[in-house]
Ligand binder design. Structure first.
Ligand SMILES: Cc1ncc(COP(=O)(O)O)c(C=O)c1O
Length: 397
């Protein structure tokens, strides 16, 4: 192609990798663009707590900055934070998780990106249980891979995973299975017996299990969600991804971690080096304060969200056109609306005509259309007003 032909092209974007051009824009962001910042719109579209980060966490970041902890740190993370996370995870899992297994990341999202970079080759397929958080699919696609969805069934008021379907998908030449429990968007919590079966199945075939546990604390009918890390041996092909975002109201800080087999430590150091070099140093000191001093805050948040969950379940169940499986974890209600065919168009109408911001079910992959997702990490008063608006909108579908 001649130089003048290049010059005549309309935009620079035409020179991008086709894969990047083809990435799906976030449908959730698409809906939110119509009303973000409008004080009259009730924003329940994103998944984040309704409270700012507690002051003692911000103070720890400031103190780190004042003390000059503002330069590079080891790629896998500030050693004190790695040790703090290891002790914290050991306590939650009821078994020793060594510090060498922890890699600090610049968010849960960044943890997922790096794990996928480590495991997924171009053309490779990854099994993901859906409805699922859409970012997972796009991360795999950016690497030239593809997601194979195994959909949850909705039966007798709850979500269920059919293990036979999962195993059939794995048997088609899959090397990695991504499981998010408690789940965004459904609130499904994977039972311990199923985790045991999946671990046995994958172990026998050398298949990786990626366990997204960012909502592990946020469960309503028990203390903790069952975890693959509690039953896996250190050198099993099991990798946990986690985040400071939800428990400690730190979505804007971008801090998370990976729990990996000890033999991956050096590989994760390389991958981190070539992504971010390290998660931001002063923010890692804030992470130490969050874990050490944040238990009361986390407990208080969860009981607040439990009340919110109960309110939303009660209101949604009272609407005869809505079908909801009671969320067992995370902070979302993912519900079906009778005769809802185009959830993206309806979510946009909800913003424009009813001043209510929800996420369209179609964003969450197979089985998502016909649904809406509402984040209930909000006050009772806000949620009640949101429910009034939703009832009005649904009655006119
Ligand atoms: C299932 C799941 N995994 C990972 C994340 C990543 O969170 P963050 O990047 O804020 O740490 C989210 C955030 O919404 C999520 O819902």
């Amino acid at each position: 192609v001649s130089a003048s032909a290049f010059r005549n092209r309309a935009t620079a974007a035409e020179g991008l990798r086709p894969l990047i051009v083809d990435l799906a824009d976030s449908q959730i962001r698409e809906v939110s663009r119509a009303g973000i910042g409008d004080p009259n719109v009730i924003p329940l579209w994103f998944g984040e707590p309704d409270r700012p980060t507690p002051g003692f966490i911000a103070e720890a970041a400031k103190a780190a900055m004042d003390a000059g902890k503002t330069l590079y740190c080891p790629s896998n993370g500030v050693p004190e934070l790695r040790r703090t996370i290891a002790a914290y995870q050991s306590r939650l899992k009821g078994r020793e998780i060594g510090t060498e297994r922890i890699t600090v990341t610049a968010s849960g999202m960044n943890a997922i990106q790096m794990v996928m970079q480590m495991l997924v080759s171009p053309g490779e397929r990854v099994v993901v249980v859906s409805p699922m958080w859409p970012n997972i699919r796009e991360v795999v696609r950016m690497l030239g891979g593809e997601v194979v969805e195994v959909t949850l069934d909705s039966r007798d008021g709850s979500w269920r995973l059919d293990l036979e379907s999962l195993f059939r998908a794995v048997d088609s030449g899959i090397r990695s299975v991504f499981l998010n429990s408690p789940s965004n968007p459904t609130g499904w919590v994977m039972p311990a017996e199923q985790q045991r079966s999946v671990l046995d199945y994958c172990r026998a075939r050398g298949v990786w299990v990626i366990a997204d546990e960012v909502y592990e604390r946020i469960v309503y009918d028990r203390d903790l969600a069952p975890s693959f890390l509690a039953i896996a041996e250190p050198e099993d092909r099991v990798i946990g991804v986690n985040s400071f975002s939800k428990n400690w109201s730190m979505t804007g800080w971008r801090l998370g971690w990976i729990v990996a087999p000890p033999s991956l430590e050096g590989h994760l150091a390389k991958i981190t080096e070539f992504n971010t070099a390290n998660a931001a140093t002063p923010i890692q000191w804030a992470g130490i304060a969050a874990i050490r001093d944040g238990e009361a805050f986390v407990a208080e948040q969860i009981s607040h969200w439990r009340r919110s969950r109960d309110l939303v379940v009660q209101r949604l169940s009272a609407n005869p056109r809505i079908r909801l499986n009671r969320p067992q974890g995370a902070f979302y209600a993912f519900f079906a609306v009778d005769e809802l065919k185009d959830s993206l168009a309806f979510a946009k109408r909800l913003v424009a005509e009813h001043r209510l911001g929800l996420a369209p079910g179609s964003a969450f992959g197979a089985g998502g259309e016909g649904h809406l997702r509402l984040c209930f990490a909000s006050s009772a008063e806000t949620l009640s007003r949101a429910m009034d608006r939703l009832d009005a909108a649904v009655s006119r579908i």
